[in-house]
Ligand binder design. Structure first.
Ligand code: ADE
Length: 253
């Protein structure tokens, strides 16, 4: 069964609204909704915020449901120059930017796993890239109000593949972004859960992919941009990309 995990309650609600044959299972203050999303058997859950919460959610998910692939979504702060609010990042791999067990292990490496970067599944990723492009080109303008798109100066969003960095920190300063870019030059965007989800999926051998919409630029404006984007826009992306993904599911990537 396909697991749909979101770091945003608003996003997940729009997916749950579209489920049929729903059963709600509750573990550890988390509600897991199993059912059918346009005919596909899914289980949907809100990760909660931060690495520990997300890891606990996904561990429970994989222990309780027969999940054979997992898609994780949410919003992120853009770090790569040129990324605009509304652009979509599909992760090639994920890193925990706050992992540092040096000098025992190289900085960023997850102890016992011998690696710092967790690669997403290439097939799931290719499907999400195609779906995100279809959504950006064909659906976005009809689903998000013109006034909201104008507020964020959004045109047709770009779909970018790259590295996502996660950690227990909300980035809200240009200096913080500069520091991260110097430490990890390849990073596209920052959020607070993806690399934890990636680590759990890696350890349990479950293929996964991550798609994040840029809600802010991780700078001084992020404290205003992030909540407004999350409230007004993000849910249209997740539901729209998912619908496109499922329609494309049988086509070769
Ligand atoms: N998720 C969305 N925007 C973010 C930011 N600026 N920092 C961390 N996580 C985020």
């Amino acid at each position: 069964m396909l697991a749909l995990v979101s770091a945003m309650a608003e996003e997940l609600a729009s997916v749950i609204d579209s489920l049929s044959e729903v059963t709600v299972h509750e573990f550890g203050r988390r509600q897991f909704h199993s059912g059918r999303f346009h005919g596909v058997e899914v289980v949907a859950v809100f990760s909660r915020y931060g690495k520990v919460a997300a890891a606990a959610t996904v561990t429970q998910l994989l222990a309780s449901f027969p999940v054979d692939r997992l898609i994780f979504g949410g919003v992120a702060g853009g770090v790569q120059p040129g990324l605009a609010i509304g652009d979509i990042v599909v992760a090639t791999d994920l890193i925990q930017h706050d992992m540092d067990a040096s000098p025992l292990f190289p900085r960023y490496e997850v102890p016992l796993l011998g690696k710092a970067r967790f690669a997403t599944d290439p097939t799931l990723r290719a499907g999400l890239v195609a779906a995100a492009k279809m959504f950006a080109e064909h659906d976005l303008a009809t689903q998000v109000a013109h006034a909201e798109r104008a507020f964020f100066k959004m045109t047709v969003p770009r779909v970018v593949e790259g590295m996502v960095a996660s950690g227990d920190k909300f980035f809200a300063s240009s200096a913080g972004v500069r520091d991260l870019r110097e430490r990890l030059p390849g990073v596209c965007c920052v959020e607070m859960e993806g690399a934890a989800v990636a680590q759990v999926c890696d350890e349990y051998g479950v293929p996964f992919a991550v798609v994040r919409t840029i809600s802010d630029s991780a700078d001084e404006n992020s404290v205003h941009d992030f909540p407004r984007f999350a409230r007004e826009i993000a849910r249209h992306y997740s539901r729209g990309v998912l619908l496109r993904y499922l329609n494309l599911g049988s086509l070769p990537p």
